[in-house]
Design a protein around this ligand. Structure first.
Ligand code: NAD
Ligand code: AHE
Ligand code: ZN
Length: 375
């Protein structure tokens, strides 16, 4: 197949919110600096649903969504040296070129090399898509497009991993789990003894809990409106639950009252701007730090009284938990293999790529963490 167009199945989002359609898609060979990957397993993340909804200003249609996956390199384009056919890999929506201003700064995991292309659904080389259906181009998504049996990504967006790792599990290390762990370890740098509040107990929020437990947090308060999340959350380290629906008072006040003045760290893992405000305002005066992890829709803005910051609270955000993707995803895979981090526990459902619309329904029904699709 090297150098040839591959025809395979992919789930195409033709229009916002319209059911995805499994199509025969033509996938062009990788050009210079590109890698074509056979995707074996992909999970769904809330961000896929967000872009599908039409509320993502970077969402272009028709496109192939998906960004949490694992597979095997099928072929590589000219000049690609770090991976070769047969390598087991995780596509990384947050690239790492190791050469740009961002990568060299030592201050961020964001990378500037291919971001201008991945934000508009094309590849850097020729600003075109490698996907088409009957000659009609289909946009890429987040530089990954994993809801397809084959995809083409930039070489700076591929992490080569230990072939001993089960791809049907470690696909989760492409987004949600690292995001939550890294929000705690890299972005907030939670210290032992801290009181932590987590808004939203999906995979990202539960990974925050896991990271906070590992960091030695003394109390981990989980806040969610889906009571089905509470029992599961205990297994990830959540020590107390609050359902905002059980309280008349604003949720920030409930938390301040529960914690003698506020929490040391809070994490918003939903994508709701009023919850982001509550997450900041439940932080302790003088030092409390709130980290925004959730992705909010186009047009949404955050607000608070500046006095909240004047009096020492800190508002931060994180992308992929601050992890440098190509360098650190293989390390996370090793941690999983050594049983130092959970992954299997986040997988509540397994379906096939053909059943992808059912998988999106599950995400909205409650009780679902990650659904892994066998491609
Ligand atoms: P999810 O849908 O599995 O989980 C969200 C949880 O929030 C659910 O349990 C839901 O019941 C709960 N919730 C919804 N509204 C609520 C409210 N008003 N109060 C309390 N709880 C509420 O989503 P996920 O895949 O875990 O992703 C969480 C968020 O993180 C999404 O916005 C996603 O786009 C974003 N995300 C960001 C990054 C990043 O790098 N910054 C990475 C991955 C995901
Ligand atoms: N296109 C969206 C932005 C979405 C966003 O913030 N994405 C996160 C990852 S979410 C993964 O589930 C991210 O990494 N952002 C940094 C970046 O470079 O995109 C919008 O709202 O415009
Ligand atoms: Zn994601």
């Amino acid at each position: 197949t090297q150098g040839q167009v591959i025809t395979c199945k992919a789930a195409v989002a033709w229009e916002p919110n319209k059911p995805l359609v499994i199509e025969d898609v033509q996938v062009a060979p990788p050009q210079a600096g590109e890698v074509r990957i056979k995707i074996l397993f992909t999970a769904l993340c809330h961000t896929d649903a967000y872009t599908w909804s039409g509320k993502d200003p970077e969402g272009l249609f028709p496109c192939i969504l998906g960004h949490e996956a694992a597979g095997i390199v099928e072929s590589v384009g000219e000049g690609v040296t770090e991976v070769q056919p047969g390598d087991h890999v995780i596509p990384c929506y947050q690239a790492e070129c190791k050469e740009c201003k961002f990568c060299k700064s030592g201050k961020t995991n964001l990378c500037g090399k291919v971001r201008s292309a991945t934000g508009v659904g094309v590849m850097m080389n020729d600003r075109k898509s490698r996907f088409s259906v009957n000659g009609k181009p289909i946009y890429h998504f987040m530089g990954t497009s994993t809801f397809s049996q084959y995809t083409v990504v930039h070489d700076v967006s591929v992490a080569k991993i230990d072939p001993a790792a089960p791809l049907n599990k470690v696909c989760l290390l492409g987004c949600g789990v690292p995001t939550g762990l890294g929000a705690v370890w890299n972005t907030a740098k939670v210290e032992a003894g801290s009181i932590v509040a987590i808004f939203g107990l999906g995979t990202v929020g539960l990974a925050v809990a896991e990271g906070a437990k590992a960091a030695g947090a003394s109390r981990i308060i989980g806040i969610d409106i889906d009571p089905k999340k509470f029992d599961t959350a205990k297994n990830f380290g959540v020590t107390e639950f609050v359902n905002p629906k059980d309280h008349e008072k604003p949720i920030q006040q409930v938390l301040v009252d529960l914690t003698d003045g506020g929490v040391d760290y809070s994490f918003e893992c939903i994508g709701n701007v009023s919850v982001m405000r509550a997450a900041l305002e439940c932080c302790h005066k003088g030092w409390g730090t709130s980290v925004i992890v959730g992705v909010a829709a186009s047009g949404q803005e955050i607000s608070t009284r500046p006095f909240q910051l004047v009096t020492g609270r800190v508002w931060k955000g994180t992308a992929f938990g601050g992890f440098k993707s190509r360098s650190q995803v293989p390390w996370l895979v090793e941690k999983y293999l050594k049983k130092e981090i959970k992954v299997d526990e986040y997988i509540t459902h397994n379906l096939t790529l053909a059943e992808i619309n059912r998988a999106f329904d599950l995400m909205h029904e409650g009780g679902c963490l990650r659904c892994v699709l066998d491609c």
